[in-house]
Write a protein that binds this ligand. Sequence first.
Ligand SMILES: *Cc1c(COP(=O)(O)O)cnc(C)c1O
Length: 360
Amino acid sequence: MSRVYNFSAGPAVLPEEVLKEAAAEMLDYNGTGMSVMEMSHRSKAYQEIIDTAEADLRELMDIPDNYKVLFLQGGASLQFAMIPMNLMKHGEADYIVTGQWAKKAYQEAQKYGKANKIASSEDKTFSYIPDVSDLPISENADYVYICENNTIYGTKYKELPDTKGKLLVSDVSSCFLSEPVDVTKYGVIYGGVQKNIGPAGVVIVIIREDLITDDVLEGTPTMLKYKTHADAGSLYNTPPAYGIYICGKVFKWLKRKGGLAAMKEYNEKKAKILYDFLDESRLFKGTVEKKDRSLMNVPFVTGDKELDAKFVKESQAAGFENLKGHRTVGGMRASIYNAMPIEGVEALVAFMKKFEEENL
Ligand SMILES: *Cc1c(COP(=O)(O)O)cnc(C)c1O
């Protein structure tokens, strides 16, 4: 068996310890004589799995009691619709467009009400986060929407926007559990887990209790009401049961690692190795404004498309997978989520140095 260094933006690398544990429990989970995949979601064993996962997530993120944790399906993209359907009580919301995912959310919201684009960084291919300290927040907006870490472009909010008292809704798919957060600053925090937590198919929604009501957009399907899932403890219908089990194992792994403060420190250390190299390199350069750099997704280019393609090809042959950048940015992107070991980043930088010497 040989494992590569997987720099995929998602689905992405998971902790080896977690994969090994899951493998060991594949045929017989904890004396049940069956795999978690084969288990009733109404069984005692499964109830314990989902309860423990929620409790561990609450501990990791210090989630206050007046927030619900929901394990849902449909990926982050279904939230682009669920959020306006459930939260646009006055039919209006403000969107800050900092990348493709924020733009998709903004476009989807237009189907359900008046979505206002109050700031954008599209003028420079989303290579920065706009100034969000004094935005023209709409008087009737039910919420202000952001995508906190822009997976494709490699930017991250370092300060949350001043929403002038409006509810903040944040897509944290690609920075979930990468550093501590103050949950009380948000109405809703949500993310697909396949970037930083677990297998695709699960989306976690952390939502303030008072926002969960029956007062939703007319015609909202039962399955798309937060209240349906909140009332049923995420077990209204069959949940993505195996995925939640793996998420639970990742939460335990994060706790063993020292929690989110320790993760932040580790992630900063990893990202610094790569960014420091990009800043001194004569061949490679980062594509993002330094102040807005993400700790999780690091896009870079050589400035020459053919050389970029050569790099991607040679890096793959050397055991570095998925370094090709998103088609809208070109070049390369290294996603260095929680589970990417520091040795992977060090090895990548060593490979980039060698490539630079050979190609300058
Ligand atoms: C990947 C991603 C999405 C889309 O996730 P799906 O689960 O595929 O719908 C949305 N937002 C962000 C920030 C992402 O990185």
